[in-house]
Design a protein around this ligand. Structure first.
Ligand SMILES: *[C@@H]1O[C@H](CO)[C@@H](O)[C@H](O)[C@H]1NC(C)=O
Ligand SMILES: *[C@@H]1O[C@H](CO)[C@@H](O)[C@H](O)[C@H]1NC(C)=O
Ligand SMILES: *[C@@H]1O[C@H](CO)[C@@H](O)[C@H](O)[C@H]1NC(C)=O
Ligand SMILES: *[C@@H]1O[C@H](CO)[C@@H](O)[C@H](O)[C@H]1NC(C)=O
Length: 376
């Protein structure tokens, strides 16, 4: 399965191939990914594995000095349980472990990627961990390379990783591990820090899938104005999923590898005036999201709406929804916005979608809607 996925991702012209060559059908399946936060208390056996094609265990982090993973006696059985439970319920499901994450920051990755020996130590360890614990691949979640040098090192890391993965597959006769990465919403437009761009050629040639993080466009870091954190369109800026996906296409990354990110969480604000409640209106604080972060999972938004008899508004301009209750405001994605985004993404010709994160869904309703809508 992993082998089929890999070769297919190189050149998947789905409709054309399907008509002429039925054997390639499995290679063109849409990708339906989801991240599984290990701290979320979701029992792997409770996951509806028919709703997804790829599940990412989040996160494992290598040692700060050796750049190798040290899986301890507590973690090892959990990893084995994760992969064996998922493969038992759906043998076609692809399992990956994701390295890093937003909370990890950048300094570890910056050092890890900076020399060929540190890269080699890391790469060797990722392959060992994947094989030992039954994962089909590895996902890199470096948020984010900070400057052009780090972008260049990111490219070297992918080149060397790909070479070692192919070498290991040839030596052991197993399908090569999948290599994927979670990347910034745009390939070359960074809103903070120094101007920089991803090494598009390396990304294209080495990664099987590119998970574009099409969210976090607005949030608690700007308390003075509400925003659609995962707007599909924005008439006033380039902070949007449509701009971001197109930027990845513009720099030459194959559409067959691009995966649209969908958030299973919303972001909250406290309005300045409860009667003025659109997207982009005045706010005074972060609102009811967890502990000052302004974040609520989609499941929590559903509860919030019920508990507060919130008014729910669909914003056509951004393709987002928001709920208002008193002076509390929360912007998020629901079944309608996810359907509209999937229609957009299929027209654009990208390969699929992924969610951050599985524990945010409400009784799998969004996952079910998405899975039903994106078929061959
Ligand atoms: C995984 O863990 C669960 C809960 O602890 C347990 O019920 C199940 O039998 C384990 N499954 C495997 C395949 O080890
Ligand atoms: C908040 O957003 C508004 C509107 O986009 C912008 O004018 C302002 O500079 C932002 N403030 C901060 C602190 O980012
Ligand atoms: C959006 O990005 C394009 C380049 O991709 C640039 O020409 C344009 O000025 C940007 N628009 C805004 C509002 O920043
Ligand atoms: C909430 O935020 C406060 C202040 O930032 C912090 O001290 C506390 O540990 C946080 N609590 C949780 C549960 O994250």
């Amino acid at each position: 399965m992993a082998a089929a996925q890999k070769s297919s991702a190189v050149a998947c012209m789905c409709a054309a191939l399907l008509m002429s060559l039925s054997v390639s059908a499995p290679s063109c399946i849409p990708i339906k990914g989801v991240y599984y936060p290990s701290w979320s208390n979701v029992d792997p056996s409770s996951i509806q594995t028919n709703l997804y094609t790829h599940i990412y265990y989040a996160f494992l982090t290598p040692h700060i000095a050796t750049f190798q993973f040290q899986i301890d006696q507590t973690q090892a059985p959990l990893l084995l349980n994760f992969t064996s439970t998922l493969h038992a319920t759906n043998p076609a499901l692809i399992t990956l472990f994701s390295v890093g994450g937003a909370a990890e920051g950048t300094s570890l990755f910056s050092r890890l990627a900076s020399t060929s020996s540190s890269r080699a130590a890391f790469i060797h360890s990722t392959i060992q961990v994947a094989r030992k614990f039954g994962f089909d691949g590895v996902d890199l979640d470096w948020e984010f390379p900070q400057n052009p040098t780090e972008m260049e090192n990111f490219g070297y890391l992918l080149d060397e990783w790909r070479a070692q993965v192919q070498k290991e597959a040839a030596a052991t006769g197993q399908p090569p591990l999948l290599l994927t990465a979670a990347v910034y919403y745009s390939a070359d437009t960074f809103l903070t820090g120094v101007p920089r761009a991803y090494p598009a050629a390396s990304v294209s040639r080495n990664l099987d899938l590119i998970n574009v993080m099409n969210y976090d466009y607005h949030g608690a870091w700007n308390k003075s104005i509400t925003g659609a954190q995962a707007a599909l369109f924005d008439p006033n800026s380039n902070l949007s999923t449509s701009y971001g996906l197109r930027s990845w296409i513009r720099v030459g990354v194959p559409r067959s590898k691009l995966i649209m990110g969908l958030p299973l969480y919303g972001r909250t604000w406290q309005l300045k005036d409860r009667r003025v409640h659109g997207v982009g209106v005045a706010a005074v604080d972060v609102g009811p999201g967890w502990n000052g972060t302004g974040v609520l999972t989609y499941a929590e938004v559903v509860e919030f709406n019920k508990a507060n008899k919130a008014k729910v508004v669909y914003d056509m301009a951004t393709v987002s929804v928001y709920s208002v209750a008193g002076d509390y405001w929360v912007g998020y994605d629901d079944k309608r916005t996810v359907a509209a985004k999937i229609a957009y993404a299929t027209t654009l010709g990208v390969r699929g979608y992924f969610f951050w994160a599985i524990n945010g869904d409400y009784k799998s309703t969004i996952s079910k809607t998405a899975s039903k809508l994106w078929h061959l």
